[in-house]
Design a binder for this molecule. Structure first.
Ligand SMILES: Cc1ncc(COP(=O)(O)O)c(C=O)c1O
Length: 376
């Protein structure tokens, strides 16, 4: 790193806080002043705000995006022996919650262009036991929701959209989270809409499902003390809700900035020898939670960027079927050729709304220089 080069973190949550500090501080102070820590007005306000932002009738908040998936599957009645199809490349929450809910995970390879579930391979995986599909809008790009919903409606399956990385992304002009029977969101701090701790939500247009999910998440009873069933304790707290309502107002602007940065990356890194850039499929407007490039010498690229003060991440170093926890399924690389190849080649470059043009320039030059191309 030359002395003039800025260091580039993978994300800068402190810069985000400083940019909106007065509003965040006031929101936190209001919760403390009213001691509305659990299920207070701030939680109700955020649920209403978020349902409006996504365009669904209901938003059921919960403790995190993993619980959101679990709660949705329990409410949909997943039972032992039921099969649920999930993409081979995602964060483990997508598959581990199928098992937690009592189901059996069936992996589907991902599409080589978008890295989202390969809908051309879905139909062959459906059996008499299949009950649902969980498409993941990975890295902020929508899965092929036309393909997913066609198969789901043909075969009588539900679809839960895992939108943890894709707040406000669209498919054919329609927001992700509005296609399936339910959709789950994570507000983990580093997500496009991030809390200051764990937080999550499920959205749906189905009144009865919304009620079931809210009930299960709140000890089996929406009215305190009136437990119709046994449930779990999975709550969004008032502080996180208040913070999220403030940040939600900034999300469209932050998303626009992510899109600008992604456009710069895609334009200025194009045609570098050996470097594959993320591709956007037709009719999709990604929100660039991650900007994921691929290179045969991925580890050397990451090491050189680190040398230059640039932080990168691998999302994810091992595709789900090849994780030790699924070893008993006996999956081989040839079962999921796209996921098997991408796991050794992908690298996520820094992208966050507060990224400065100097930081962006430094990443662009460093990647180009690694690929043997000097930039002006
Ligand atoms: C695709 C995906 N699904 C689910 C989750 C789970 O969210 P959380 O960390 O809030 O439990 C995450 C986030 O880490 C994710 O990236």
């Amino acid at each position: 790193m030359t002395s003039a080069s800025p260091s580039v973190p993978f994300a800068d949550l402190h810069a985000q806080y400083l940019a909106i500090k007065p509003e965040i501080d006031a929101a936190i102070a209001e919760v403390i002043a009213t001691s509305s820590f659990i299920r207070g007005p701030q939680v109700e306000r955020f649920e209403a705000d978020f349902a409006t932002a996504i365009g669904t009738r209901h938003c059921v908040s919960c403790a995190n995006g993993t619980d959101a998936l679990y709660i949705a599957m329990v409410a949909l009645g997943v039972k032992p022996g039921d099969e649920v199809i999930v993409p081979a490349m995602s964060w483990i929450s997508t598959s581990e919650t199928v098992t937690q809910a009592g189901g059996r995970v069936v992996f589907c390879d991902v599409d080589p262009k978008t890295y989202t579930i390969n809908t051309a391979k879905l139909a062959a995986l459906v059996t008499d036991r299949t009950v649902g599909i969980i498409p993941v809008h990975l890295y902020g790009q929508s899965a092929d929701m036309a393909g997913v919903m066609d198969i789901a409606s043909d075969r009588g399956l539900w679809a839960i959209e895992d939108c943890a990385q894709a707040h406000l992304a669209t498919f054919e002009g329609r927001q992700v989270g509005t296609f399936g029977i339910a959709a789950t969101f994570s507000f983990y701090p580093g997500k496009n809409l991030g809390a200051m701790g764990d937080a999550g939500a499920i959205v749906t247009n189905d009144d009865s499902l919304a009620r079931k999910m809210a009930k299960f998440a709140r000890h089996g009873g929406i009215v305190k003390g009136d437990h119709e069933i046994e449930g779990i304790n999975s709550r969004l707290d008032g502080l996180q809700a208040a913070i999220l309502s403030v940040k939600l107002r900034y999300l469209p602007g932050w998303t626009a900035r992510r899109r600008e940065i992604a456009a710069q990356y895609s334009q200025r890194l194009s045609q570098l020898p050996g470097l594959d850039l993320p591709q956007v499929a037709n009719a999709r407007a990604p929100v660039w939670h991650l900007y994921v490039v691929a290179h045969d010498a991925r580890d050397s690229l990451a090491a050189e960027l680190k040398q230059g003060g640039i932080q990168t991440v691998i999302n994810y170093p091992r595709a789900l079927p090849f994780l030790p926890c699924y070893a008993s399924l006996g999956h081989q690389p040839q079962d999921f050729p796209v996921a098997a190849r991408m796991q050794s080649r992908i690298l996520s470059l820094p992208i966050f709304p507060e990224m400065t043009s100097e930081q962006l320039d430094h990443v662009l030059r460093s990647v180009a220089s690694f690929c043997g191309v000097a930039t002006a």
